[in-house]
Write a protein that binds this ligand. Sequence first.
Ligand SMILES: Cc1cc2nc3c(=O)[nH]c(=O)nc-3n(C[C@H](O)[C@H](O)[C@H](O)COP(=O)(O)OP(=O)(O)OC[C@H]3O[C@@H](n4cnc5c(N)ncnc54)[C@H](O)[C@@H]3O)c2cc1C
Length: 411
Amino acid sequence: MRPWNGRRHTRRAEARPLAASTRSRPRIAVVGANFAGIAAAQQLGREYAVTVIDRSPWFEWLPNIHELLSGVKRPADLRLPRKRLVNRAGHRFVRAEVSAIDARRGRLVTATGRELAFDACIVAVGGVNETFGVRGVDAHALSFKGVDECAEIGRRLAALARQRGRRSVVIVGGGLEGIEALGEIQRRHGRAEGMAVTVVEAGPRLLSGTPPAVDAAVRRHCAPRDVRFITGTRVTAVTARRVRLASGELLRSDLTIWTGGVTAPPLLRESGLADRPRQWAPVAQSLRSRRFDNVFVAGDAAGLPRPLGKQAYYAQQMGNCAAGNVRRALAGRPLRDFVPAPKPMLVAFGDLDTFLVSGRTVLASPRLAALKEAVFQLTMAQIDPPVGAPALRQTTARLAGAAQRLMRRGR
Ligand SMILES: Cc1cc2nc3c(=O)[nH]c(=O)nc-3n(C[C@H](O)[C@H](O)[C@H](O)COP(=O)(O)OP(=O)(O)OC[C@H]3O[C@@H](n4cnc5c(N)ncnc54)[C@H](O)[C@@H]3O)c2cc1C
């Protein structure tokens, strides 16, 4: 039988179980250690030699990073040390940037030239900031992609709020990230004299993909405030003090926040996992790469046969599924399909409102913020069960902080 390492994937290969690795402890590499990568690593037992690689030392809880803008959360609330999570599962964590995945040879190469051999690889690298090639975004706008970036936006907003006269903040993107950012700005600075916010959205309305009632509610909450919404208009350039629109209008901007969503990272194309730039890595429903049998792709990076929303919850589910299928592939057993479990979406709008969206149904109440907080706390505790003094201290501090904030909200 041919080795399965690096064999190019065919349609028939999906149905056919593969030969087991001849090693006593097959080597599994997990590239990317956030929602999908950590879930995968935690599913794999010590019978495998698992190496988990990420460029940064911190797991980051991204669905609540907007709260860094108002200071309701601090960076430490949203981070867990990856080394601890990975070591506790019995695996090795390597902090490095992976610059190439050579599936044919079963090797990863890091930016410093280090090579790492694998029998199977789980690629969970997420996405990168989508700028749509708009001029000036990288140089003049602050992106909304991680904890450091959002903490910096929070600091700049606070500095701006301390100034006098008219100040103008422009949020590019009226999707989930942009509207959650607006909510936090309203929570902290909504009553600051002279602090204006403009939201620019290319689509016809805010929060596309949710019922129009959510767009209407957001506008209603902002009607008495210094907030302007511009929909159906693209941004064409960003400079240090201006945002140019396709309509020709120039907006003054003292702080431009870019929430353009995510696109596929170049690594996928460069490693042959995708055919085109900005294409998510095509996978079968089992999450096995359509290009290489020894690679599985989980989380945002996976291009499923039927596209799915890029959500943390799905990424975790995919991480579990990919790990299970790597185990099956190594044991020569048939793979199982990834079946996404539908889940309602919670959209926070500062202290003004929270929306629970399930299909066409929307529930709205500021009290639902407690539900979003509970999801955060419970999932963080699942990812990092408080075993041992450091984890126990961190969980206690996070819960105490959350309880205090909820009490403040209730007053
Ligand atoms: C602002 C914001 C708000 C969001 N809100 C929600 C929400 O409310 N609900 C929800 O369900 N989802 C939400 N999401 C989406 C959710 O966060 C993503 O779907 C989820 O993070 C995807 O998980 P992932 O593990 O696939 O990728 P990511 O979380 O992006 O993790 C990828 C990891 O790979 C690492 N990596 C990438 N390339 C390399 C490399 N070359 N070498 C080494 N390491 C690498 C990165 O450092 C990172 O740790 C939000 C996202 C953002 C940005």
